[in-house]
Design a protein around this ligand. Sequence first.
Ligand SMILES: NC(=O)C1=CN([C@@H]2O[C@H](COP(=O)(O)OP(=O)(O)OC[C@H]3O[C@@H](n4cnc5c(N)ncnc54)[C@H](OP(=O)(O)O)[C@@H]3O)[C@@H](O)[C@H]2O)C=CC1
Ligand SMILES: Nc1nc(O)c(N)c(N[C@@H]2O[C@H](COP(=O)(O)O)[C@@H](O)[C@H]2O)n1
Length: 212
Amino acid sequence: MIIMRPFVTVNCAMTADGKIASVLRKQMRISSAEDLARVKELRKNSDAILVGIGTVLSDDPHLTVKGLSYEENPLRIVLDGRGRLPETARVLDDLAETLIVTCENCSKTWAGAEVLRTGRDKVNLTDLMEKLYDRGIRTLMVEGGGEVISSFFENGLVDKYCVFVGSMIIGGRTAPTPADGNGFEQPVNLKLVDYKILGNGLLLTYEPVNDL
Ligand SMILES: NC(=O)C1=CN([C@@H]2O[C@H](COP(=O)(O)OP(=O)(O)OC[C@H]3O[C@@H](n4cnc5c(N)ncnc54)[C@H](OP(=O)(O)O)[C@@H]3O)[C@@H](O)[C@H]2O)C=CC1
Ligand SMILES: Nc1nc(O)c(N)c(N[C@@H]2O[C@H](COP(=O)(O)O)[C@@H](O)[C@H]2O)n1
């Protein structure tokens, strides 16, 4: 069955040894200044920006574009199946609209944010995509982290995958990577559609190959 859903761009930054944060899961500056400018444009041109609760608990991101008003900023979406998002999180500030997506059995509410409930133990991504489309979201940027990116690939919901490779090594067995989760029995095959040097790093752009 074909579902109507937003065009999904996954974007992240990893080190030359494939890590997206430190062993303590703390945010690290991996992108070059040139890449950060590109990410800003990508955010600006997206109707919504989505992250998982793991990213919010680790990084406490704003997920806004500096200089844009409340109305102009993309919708911020947090996947939070068990209602762990603290009331003090920056994504709950008044700089942009926020949608918290949780599971059907979670009754939590947050001041100033809309809540959508879908899925029993895990947020149902396919259903979420249809609901986002119905409310006018046509372009969705998925910023991470590794568990959420993995789920989007697993559900066949990725249209474009942009990964900036920063020229540094972090190392560490437990440092997160762009697609964590349980891993795939069959690899998700990708087609490299573009590459570009951005400062001291390389931006790789892929599209999933569905017909193998
Ligand atoms: N370098 C970069 O570009 C980026 C790096 N990061 C880094 O990534 C790390 C965070 O990644 P990670 O810990 O994997 O957390 P994620 O941000 O991927 O969040 C994962 C959590 O989201 C919840 N969730 C709800 N529904 C789903 C679903 N359908 N699929 C997957 N997850 C779902 C789950 O929690 P629950 O069961 O409670 O619902 C899950 O544990 C941090 O270290 C951060 O710094 C993050 C973004 C970008
Ligand atoms: N593109 C990119 N490059 C890096 O080097 C990064 N560390 C990240 N991290 C992501 O950006 C979020 C921070 O957002 P705000 O600036 O606070 O709005 C962080 O949560 C990661 O998703 N990204």
